[in-house]
Design a protein around this ligand. Structure first.
Ligand code: FNR
Length: 185
């Protein structure tokens, strides 16, 4: 049977380069793989155990359910100050407290896009570190670091137009599918 991956986006910006990458993914999926966006992490309050004790916010629970029901998660995020954006860390902190914790044993692929040359590489390793504690199965290779992203995304249409990047992302989705099949067995 087919696989369903969900996409977690680490930027809240309307004209986000990473959102453009995330929007391209459903079309880049090989046959038999469905890719669906998760809700906005901008709806999560600042993490606070006192708030959690009054009951998890509905958007947190909804996202945790969607992640649990998916065969894998693709996290698409900018790099902020050599790490992941605070809003993404906040979302991970919330999701990590839901029981059952939805990332346990979950195949995850990471994609970062940046106008800079390094393509967000440094954020990837901080994100991977947090995902170790969550006990996710993070895909090692291929690593999707999209540098010079302003030259690969059309500024008018905000579509990912670069053919090489599109082909590369299809290869990464296939690798995540192979990991997800191994995890399922
Ligand atoms: C950035 N940017 C950035 N880029 C990078 O390659 N490494 C970095 O460490 C940072 N740090 C950083 C911090 C903050 C607070 C901002 C606002 C920006 C630039 C960043 O890659 C650029 O703004 C992207 O366009 C952000 O991604 P979205 O929102 O376009 O997806």
């Amino acid at each position: 049977s087919g696989l369903n991956f969900s996409v977690l986006l680490g930027s809240l910006r309307k004209s986000s380069l990473n959102a453009a990458v995330a929007r391209a993914l459903p079309d880049l999926a090989p046959p038999g793989i469905t890719i669906t966006p998760l809700g906005s992490i901008g709806e999560f309050p600042h993490y606070n155990t006192d708030v959690q004790d009054e009951g998890f916010p509905a958007p947190v629970l909804a996202m945790a359910r969607q992640i649990a029901a998916s065969d894998g998660v693709i996290i698409v995020t900018p790099e902020y100050n050599y790490s992941m954006p605070g809003v993404l860390k906040n979302a991970i902190d919330w999701l990590s407290r839901v029981s059952p914790q939805p990332f346990v044993g979950k195949p995850v692929a990471i994609e970062t896009a940046s106008p800079g040359l390094i393509g967000g590489a440094r954020a990837q390793y901080h994100l991977r570190q947090s995902l170790v504690f969550l006990d996710a199965f993070v895909l090692n290779k291929p690593e999707a670091m999209i540098g010079q992203a302003t030259q690969k995304i059309d500024p008018e249409s905000l579509q990912l137009t670069d053919v090489g990047t599109r082909e590369f992302l299809t290869r990464q989705i296939s690798a995540l599918a192979a990991l997800a099949k191994r995890v399922r067995e």
